[in-house]
Design a protein around this ligand. Structure first.
Ligand code: FES
Length: 124
């Protein structure tokens, strides 16, 4: 079946600094104001739905600020849940043990290509 709800989302690799500001993107398949984000951690890019596993709020209070001050975890600005950047697992906070929803991506030829179609697949 062909659906064209979400074209691939493409960023330049050089625009995603190591353990720096994340890049946000719209996820209309999940709702009018839904967003996702991608960060780089230990050289690899990781994308997640921008929604805390505690309450349905975005993680970044300041746009693109997803890392803690120590840069080892992603943090929810609302109640401080800490997530592992490499798998979205919540290691500390009110949603400990839960996870962010990961979004598949590939990175090659200096481009990050995010496959947002995968998040509307209920099997994910
Ligand atoms: S809403 Fe994210 S920790 Fe509570």
């Amino acid at each position: 079946m062909m659906t064209n709800m979400t074209a691939p989302i493409i960023f330049k690799s050089e625009d995603l600094p190591e353990q720096g500001k994340g890049l946000r993107f719209a996820l209309p398949a999940l709702g009018e104001f839904a967003s996702g984000f991608v960060v780089r951690f230990h050289g690899k890019a990781y994308a997640y739905v921008n929604q805390c596993a505690h309450l349905a709020v975005e993680l970044d209070w300041n746009e693109g600020d997803f890392f803690t001050a120590q840069k080892e975890h992603l943090i929810c600005a609302t109640h401080g849940a800490h997530y592992r950047p490499d798998n979205g697992f919540c290691v500390m906070g009110p949603c400990k043990g839960k996870s962010l929803r990961a979004i598949p991506l590939t990175e090659h030829n200096q481009e990050i290509i995010i496959d947002a179609t995968a998040i509307i697949n209920p099997n994910l």
